[in-house]
Design a protein around this ligand. Structure first.
Ligand code: ZN
Ligand code: ZN
Ligand code: ZN
Length: 88
């Protein structure tokens, strides 16, 4: 599977890792029950994964069209493209 978004992200300088391991949208709404955290590689926004109750990483893609996220879980380095549903 060739995904141009993942290929582009591989060449770009990734956004800095967030200072805190938290979903800011969940926190703003008073929740801390996310499962895993993802970071948008376009703008650096952190959101929670699709196993989380509120799925803010997917919501961010739906709102912005930013295609690629990465896992910021300790020890994980994979990336995901929402457009092509490809991992890289
Ligand atoms: Zn893609
Ligand atoms: Zn969240
Ligand atoms: Zn973004």
């Amino acid at each position: 599977v060739t995904c141009p978004h993942l290929a582009e992200a591989a060449h770009a300088t990734p956004p800095a890792a967030p200072d805190t391991q938290a979903c800011p949208v969940c926190l703003a709404d008073g929740y801390t029950d996310w499962v895993h955290l993802r970071q948008c590689l376009v703008c650096g926004q952190v959101g929670c994964c699709d196993s989380s109750p509120r799925r803010h990483a997917s919501a961010h893609y739906a709102q912005t069209g930013h295609p690629v996220i990465r896992s910021i879980e300790p020890g994980e380095s994979w990336r995901w493209c929402f457009v092509d549903e490809a991992i890289g």
